[in-house]
Ligand binder design. Structure first.
Ligand code: NAD
Length: 406
């Protein structure tokens, strides 16, 4: 029986397992390795960071979707993949031998080496980190009662990409709760979002991007663009403005909650494994396999797939991770059964929708633009679809987003 080892139970890894369980019954033995016993919806971390949803609402036990006759879950940390030996080295267990390995270890926060970013700001790449952000904000609001220090009421988000914008919207929804804890009116709790770019949200056309930025402004979020962050000191973000001369004094924004959302890179285990990569992503060479080893599949945030006419790889999203997983399961099934393999991997996005709080969103799907409340309903439908694809009706009914009104 062929041994398939899947690394990571995020969208890409778990979906690969779910599909292999359907397509290769009795033909493969699967070992799934993850540090956590739960799967989490990475696209919803901002809801936990803002306290609008509890962690239990965006997670479910991995074993809920495993077939124990086919799949074993191993809770461990992956150190590296040894392609030459066809083994996976783990922190606490013996190395795992594989016939096929699916590398789906997701993403980490990217600081680009900016001074003080790691020490003095809060990343949001896991459930624990999102919970830590929420706990931190709650503490600052309570501190304010004693300190009366306005910096305790200031939340600063570094990076206005997809993650930063969705987080800002969720925090705006939570603002009245935060204000109550601090004993102030909501307008006293400020949210700043800072970005180096002039034109935010490059994945959207001008009209939608402008709509998104205006939505933030209407929610009293201070959007600061053309601000290149240079350093984070405790309680202070230092940035260079677009027209500043080199060596000119840096601008400062004060705030006792500084959140880091300036981008992500693929898992550092990619580099540890000696794979050819850029920012933790391996360029696809056709079948989503690593260039040096066609038994090693790279899926989700550790894979870079070029659009036929594009200059940059497709952005990493849950949608592309699920699509890659479907492809990889099909390809492994064909190889195991000795039937003809699918052609090279291709991707067609079904659209992208960004939420700005619970009842506002914007984006495009099937060539149409959506804005405001209808877009927020569409966003929830998209999230429910991916939850259904991974966890079936059980998780959909338990964790689905059916709260269409606030
Ligand atoms: P991102 O790379 O999309 O955005 C980071 C932002 O930070 C950019 O706007 C960049 O200009 C800014 N930035 C970087 N360095 C800076 C600096 N020194 N000073 C000031 N600004 C700086 O990162 P993200 O928002 O974390 O998203 C990561 C990936 O995940 C993207 O591909 C995104 O599309 C995807 N994502 C998808 C969803 C979804 O589909 N629901 C949600 C969140 C993220």
């Amino acid at each position: 029986m062929k041994k398939v080892v899947v690394l990571g139970a995020g969208y890409a890894g778990l979906k690969t397992v779910v599909e292999l369980q359907k397509q290769c019954r009795g033909e493969v033995e699967i070992t799934l390795v993850d540090e956590n016993s739960y799967h989490y919806e990475a696209t919803d971390l901002h809801e936990v960071a803002s306290g609008n949803l509890s962690a239990s609402k965006i997670t479910f036990p991995i074993t809920d979707v495993l077939d124990p006759k086919m799949t074993t879950l191993l809770l461990d940390h992956v150190e590296k993949v040894n392609e030459a030996e066809k083994t996976v080295e783990l922190a606490h267990h013996q190395p795992l031998k594989y016939d096929y390995c699916v590398f789906a270890l997701g993403f980490v926060s990217e600081t680009f080496g900016i001074k003080g970013a790691e020490e003095n700001s809060l990343p949001m790449t896991s459930v624990k980190e999102a919970e830590a952000i929420h706990a931190h904000i709650i503490d600052r609001m309570k501190d304010y009662q004693q300190s009366q220090n306005p910096a305790d009421l200031k939340i600063v988000i570094c990076g206005a990409g997809f993650t930063g914008i969705e987080l800002a919207g969720a925090l705006a929804d939570a603002r009245p709760r935060f204000a109550k804890l601090a004993g102030v009116t909501p307008d006293k709790v400020t949210i700043d979002i800072i970005d180096a770019s002039k034109r935010l949200l490059p994945m959207f056309n001008d009209d939608l991007a402008e709509y998104g930025v205006n939505l933030l402004k209407k929610l009293d979020i201070n959007v600061i663009t053309e601000a290149l962050i240079q350093e984070i000191k405790p309680g202070t973000v230092l940035y260079k403005g677009a027209n500043d001369e080199d060596g000119a004094p840096l601008h400062e924004i004060k705030g006792n909650t500084i959140i880091w959302t300036t981008g992500v890179s693929g898992s550092p285990v990619v580099a540890e494994s000696g794979l050819q990569q850029r920012r933790g992503r391996v360029m696809d060479s056709g079948h989503l396999t690593a260039p040096q080893d066609d038994k090693l599949y790279m899926v989700g945030d550790v894979a870079a797939v070029m659009p036929p006419d594009g200059k940059r790889p497709y952005p990493t999203t849950a949608q592309i991770a699920l699509s890659m997983a479907n492809y990889v399961a099909k390809d492994i099934a064909a190889r195991v059964k000795g039937t003809s393999r699918p052609g090279a991997y291709t991707y067609k996005s079904l659209g992208t929708v960004a939420s700005v709080g619970n009842t506002r969103a914007f984006g495009e799907a099937s060539g149409h633009s959506f804005k405001g409340y209808p877009a927020s309903v569409l966003k929830k439908m998209i999230m429910n679809k991916s939850l259904m694809e991974l966890g079936g009706f059980k998780e959909l009914f338990a964790k689905g987003r059916f709260d269409l009104y606030h």
